[in-house]
Design a protein around this ligand. Structure first.
Ligand SMILES: [Zn+2]
Ligand SMILES: [Zn+2]
Length: 298
């Protein structure tokens, strides 16, 4: 059973679902993978390219939804390394689901995310993402909304902003001016777009490429399949002037070192970060450019 409760001290909502304790842990296992095609698995035997279904162990029921997006029938098809065509198909699934879920007026926010790797909580190794449609406004989005009321801080460049990794006509990759995690990056459309369903085909195609190059940059720098959270911040309420972005949150603070959320972060929501955005820019930019150029020439 799912219960929503509001914290009487902060008015922040939490979702309680004790049944989630029962969900299977198959990180790293291939046998018995519930997302590989086959009899009795969650995706069944009907052939698919990308599969979407209701999470068996949801964070929300209606109003609200928790959906799973299985990126591919193949157990090792990482989003960062599939073809651009297949990546585009995955983006289209996110766009279609955003459009469909938006029709329900009781849904306050739709967040697309991937927990990449068991270190950030992925309980099933088979690459997949999730869509949470919240029946309330998540605290972070609530606070951000206030900043978009008069002008857009992502369009107005007199607002403080961090250094860029790259920028073209369609997107830019920015190190946040005030990051929460050491190697955090944003992927921001240059056009003022509130939600995924408003993106053009051209923006999607380039977005897929850049997203893949960001994750490959991390994998090259950290020397492994980087554990990270990738989340799409978007706004589906018609009244808002929000500007969407992808947020990349690796948990590493250096090769082989993990940034743990500890006293200040967990107790106070106050993030202490071990390096400057300028350092992150100078470290990641050359790797990114190399990967980006190689792909252009192929
Ligand atoms: Zn699998
Ligand atoms: Zn904007």
């Amino acid at each position: 059973m799912i219960v929503l409760r509001q914290d009487p001290l902060t008015e922040e909502w939490v979702s309680l679902n004790a049944d989630r304790q029962e969900r299977p842990l198959t990180a790293g296992r291939l046998m018995g993978c519930p997302f590989c095609p086959g009899e009795g698995t969650e995706v069944g035997t009907v052939p698919f390219d990308v599969a979407v279904f209701e999470n068996k162990f949801p964070a929300f029921h209606a109003p609200g939804a928790s959906e799973v997006v299985v990126y591919s029938p193949h157990h090792h098809d990482d989003l960062a390394y599939v073809s651009v065509e297949h990546g585009t198909l995955i983006w289209h699934v996110w766009m279609d689901r955003t459009k469909a879920l938006m029709q329900d007026a009781s849904i306050q926010a739709i967040v697309v995310f991937e927990n990449r790797g068991s270190k950030v909580g992925a309980s099933i190794a088979h690459p997949h993402g999730q869509i949470y449609a919240y029946p309330y406004i998540p605290p972070r989005l609530q606070r951000e909304r206030q900043q978009f009321l008069s002008t857009c801080p992502l369009c107005h460049f007199h607002e403080p902003h961090g250094p860029y990794i790259m920028a073209n006509d369609l997107w830019r990759i920015e190190v946040p001016y005030a990051p929460r995690m050491p190697y955090q990056l944003w992927l921001v459309p240059q056009r003022h777009v509130a939600h995924l369903a408003e993106l053009t085909e051209e923006e999607v195609g380039e977005g897929v490429r850049l997203m893949q190059h960001i994750v490959r940059t991390y994998d090259t720098y950290f020397g492994l399949r980087t554990a990270l959270v990738m989340a799409l911040y978007q706004e589906v309420q018609k009244s808002s002037a929000y500007h969407l972005r992808w947020d990349f949150l690796p948990i590493d603070r250096g090769q082989g070192k993990i940034k743990y959320l500890a006293g200040s972060e967990l107790a106070m929501d106050a993030f202490v970060v071990d390096m400057t955005p300028e350092f992150v820019q100078s470290t990641l930019e050359p790797i990114f450019q190399r990967i980006h150029q190689e792909k252009r020439m192929n």
